[in-house]
Design a protein around this ligand. Structure first.
Ligand code: GLY
Ligand code: MN
Ligand code: MN
Length: 457
């Protein structure tokens, strides 16, 4: 089933060019003074159980600045008096370790293929960093990732040795560079958009395959394995967040990940699953009737969520506040639920964040940034005001309605009992309007009804 599907994918984009990484580094360096040092350590490997590690995924900031994805890396940006130097500490080549754990690029590979001027083995890091820190004034470093590194930097700041007393040398402040990086990452380059588009296409096909293989009696984990199997088959790293595959009442649990129930004939299945490709995430949700045909009640809700999503996508425009899609979606949902007799309030009453009834059935936000992280970085309200959308920003649009009949806090309308619908796409803001990166994923009722179960019947 995967081989045919793979033919529908265009060729994968070229990797991000070394020059682009250099430009990113220099845009960051422009914000520093020549006696600043920037230090970015990759997170440590996480242990799953004895001798077994989780799949390693370095931090998105490391990927953004260097493209280096192996563990035990530390990236440093420092000025040597003439120019900024881009420096990477990496695991050195080591035949025995490579026999057990896999090949390493080592310092030679870092210098040859990555945007760095100098590369050193990890075991030389602390001594070299201490020397560089002794001549620095400010250290840009996110603490809390590596206790050892935090200690080394704090020691450098706290040291009261003779040199400092005589010459005033040594760092005096520690600053978190994360907001600077977040600001850079918020606007995607063409190369990044190509990666996100490819990740989106993989996820779109994966969702369609799951639709085609749906049938009454299918297990949630069957659908999950089709989707995640295709993520790997297509050549990406796998999922960008744990897949949510819930049918019936499970579809009304926003972050359901148990994924082991059997899907009944009358149920809707909600699948929220996205792939990762060279670090870039996609994030798609589709909801469909297991039988292949929407019941009247399911259709009413699906129609409404789709209208809300279309209204929200239309607001993903340059110059709009990032909150505009959310407000548009909420208004459509409130009006629709009043019309369906679910809410007995005026539209404005229903929309009230404290007392409105919309929150009973739609309780999350409509959008988040997406990029190297599925919930990507970028301050939503700089200076307390909602950020204005700009060309190159990417956000999800994901309204939903969740009628959990199991909930003790609400009285669920019987007609909609245990129907959960979310429709989520990833949208790029451009000067020419919104571009839906996940547009290949079937979404209209007609498309879904013609596809669901088609590989099963
Ligand atoms: N998949 C997580 C989300 O939609 O935000
Ligand atoms: Mn999302
Ligand atoms: Mn999602």
């Amino acid at each position: 089933m995967f081989a045919e599907a793979l033919k529908r994918l265009p060729p994968a984009p070229q990797p991000v060019a070394v020059n682009e990484y250099r430009e990113r580094q220099m845009r960051l360096a422009q914000q520093f003074r020549s006696d600043d040092v920037f230090i970015l350590a990759a997170p440590a490997e996480a242990v799953h159980s004895n001798d077994v590690h989780y799949r390693y995924r370095t931090s998105s900031d490391v990927l953004y600045l260097t493209g280096w994805h192996d563990p035990e890396a530390t990236y440093v940006l420092r000025h040597d008096g003439r120019s900024w130097k881009s420096i990477l500490f990496v695991q050195p080549k080591d035949t025995l370790m490579e026999i057990w754990e896999g090949r390493r690029l080592g310092c030679e590979g870092a210098l040859e293929h990555h945007p760095v001027d100098e590369a050193y083995p990890t075991h030389e890091r602390d001594q070299m960093l201490s020397d560089w820190l002794a001549g620095a004034k400010r250290v840009f470093h996110r603490s809390g990732v590596h206790a050892d590194l935090d200690r080394l930097i704090l020691d450098a700041i706290e040291r009261r040795d003779r040199k400092r007393q005589h010459f005033g040398h040594g760092p005096v402040t520690l600053e978190d560079p994360s907001p600077m990086l977040a600001e850079l990452r918020l606007r995607k380059s063409n190369a990044e958009i190509e990666h996100m588009l490819w990740s989106s296409k993989v996820a779109s096909i994966a969702h369609e395959l799951a639709m085609r293989h749906s049938h009454p009696g299918v297990r949630e984990n069957h659908l999950q394995s089709i989707i995640e199997g295709f993520f790997s088959y297509a050549g990406g790293e796998g999922w960008s967040y744990p897949s949510i595959v819930g049918c019936g009442e499970n579809a009304t649990i926003l972050h359901y990940t148990v994924n082991n129930d059997v899907c009944g004939e009358d149920e809707v299945v909600l699948i929220d699953a996205g792939s990762e490709f060279r670090g870039y995430a996609s994030d798609i949700t589709r909801s469909w009737p297991i039988s292949g045909t929407f019941s009247d009640a399911q259709r009413e809700l699906y129609d409404l969520v789709l209208k809300a999503q279309e209204a929200a996508i239309a607001r993903c425009r340059v110059g709009e506040a990032y909150t505009a899609p959310h407000e548009a979606a909420r208004r459509v949902l409130a009006e629709g639920l009043i019309q369906l007799g679910v809410i007995e309030q005026t539209v404005d009453e229903a929309l009230d964040l404290e007392t409105g009834d919309l929150r009973k059935w739609y309780m999350h936000n409509t959008s988040h940034w997406i990029g190297l992280d599925v919930h990507d970085v970028g301050v939503y309200k700089p200076n307390g005001e909602p950020r204005t959308l700009e060309s190159g920003m990417c956000l999800t649009v994901e309204p939903g309605l969740y009628f959990g009949a199991w909930r003790p806090d609400v009285t669920c309308p019987e007609r909609y009992a245990n129907i959960g619908i979310r429709i989520e796409d990833d949208v790029l803001v451009t000067d020419d309007g919104p571009v839906v990166l996940t547009a290949d994923c079937p979404k209209t009722i007609a498309e879904i009804e013609s596809i669901v179960g088609s590989e099963w019947k």
